[in-house]
Design a protein around this ligand. Structure first.
Ligand code: TXA
Ligand code: MG
Length: 319
């Protein structure tokens, strides 16, 4: 078992000596290491069993610190940073040469954000270096939104989890890059395309399979429970089609009363997409612990954050 603590000094001590520590952010917990420690970065990849071609996000303490990790930063990037940082928006920018190829998977760009979590901001302000941190889950599995989720994954293989309570936003940051001063969304996340467009105008959406460059579809499976999961429009019909299975439901706002259902999670009784997003991964973790044959997830409205939730569910349901 990892030590679960809210004492930042303990995290500082470990991070300053090439160790990795799980940290809270507003989106999901991260598995963090000193970006300038090759030892620490290697430990992140090993513990997560993450393929080396999948680059990490660098977490910095402020907009001012951006120039330490990125180069040729376009004016629009500063504008976006002023609008959304600290917060769940990650920008892909040209990297400083001192950022290792291990972090960027050999790309000449680096993904960077200022997280909006009081403890982690305080931690970053007391460290001499930024933190590389992917989500604190084994590669491909559901992201953790509590310290307990992280501990269940890594147990004694991880020394310390800085406990910052449940993540308030609950799904990963949105990732954007820039081409010819135009913003492009690479990963849908907790800031919707509409949110971004309302502030900076039209953006392109090119969500690639995050785990490329392997064969198309192969690694689409991501954020996935161990239980077989279906993403469907008509939940009633799918229940009827699976009469002998132990079924769990993941629903947006309306409960379903059906004797064939063993576990049920309603993400927001009031139909609030923000609330639904913040409950998504915890609900998936609980359903996955219910010893089900099948999780049936309801498709969300394809607008705003609903699109990001559908994207995560599509990956959870991929085979
Ligand atoms: O909310 C979040 O972003 C969380 C918290 C911990 O900050 N982190 C997170 O990290 O979701 P991770 O490793 O699970 O996802 C990082 C994504 C990967 O899919 C990776 O492909 C993309 O960021 N990425 C990293 N560097 C990139 C780059 N240079 N170009 C394009 N994509 C990049
Ligand atoms: Mg992840």
């Amino acid at each position: 078992m990892a030590e679960i603590t809210n004492q930042i000094e303990k995290a500082i001590a470990l991070l300053s000596s090439n160790e990795i520590v799980a940290i809270p952010t507003e989106t999901v917990y991260g598995l963090a290491g000193n970006i300038y420690s090759e030892t620490a970065i290697k430990k992140i990849f090993e513990l997560k069993k993450r393929p080396l071609f999948n680059p990490l996000i660098v977490h910095i303490k402020s907009i001012e610190a951006l120039k330490d990790v990125a180069l040729d930063i376009p004016p629009i990037a500063y504008k976006v940073a002023e609008l959304f940082w600290p917060g769940p928006l990650t920008m892909v920018l040209k990297k400083q040469s001192k950022i290792s190829d291990l972090i960027t998977a050999g790309k000449n760009t680096v993904a960077v954000r200022v997280p909006n979590h009081p403890q982690t901001l305080s931690l970053l302000n007391q460290l001499e270096f930024p933190l590389a941190a992917p989500s604190a889950n084994p590669f491909g599995s559901i992201s953790p939104t509590t310290a307990k989720h992280v501990d269940a994954y890594f147990k004694e293989d991880l020394k310390l989890i800085l406990d910052g309570g449940p993540c308030t936003v609950g799904i990963e940051s949105t990732i954007i890059g820039f081409e010819n001063n135009q913003a492009i969304i690479y990963r849908l996340g907790s800031i919707s395309q509409d949110d971004i467009e309302s502030k900076i105008g039209k953006v392109k959406l090119i969500t690639v399979d995050e785990t490329a460059p392997v064969a198309p579809g192969m690694l689409l499976k991501h954020y996935a429970p161990k239980t077989t999961t279906l993403l469907v429009k008509d939940v009633h019909k799918t229940i009827a089609q699976n009469p002998h299975k132990k079924i769990g439901l993941l629903l947006f706002k309306d409960a379903i009363i059906d004797t064939n259902v063993s576990c049920e999670e309603v993400l927001s009784k009031t139909g609030d997409l923000r609330e639904a997003a913040s409950n998504l991964y915890s609900a998936l973790h609980r359903l996955d612990d219910c010893h089900l044959d099948l999780i049936i997830a309801e498709q969300f409205p394809d607008t705003g954050l609903g699109r990001s939730i559908n994207d995560k569910l599509k990956r959870a349901a991929a085979v």
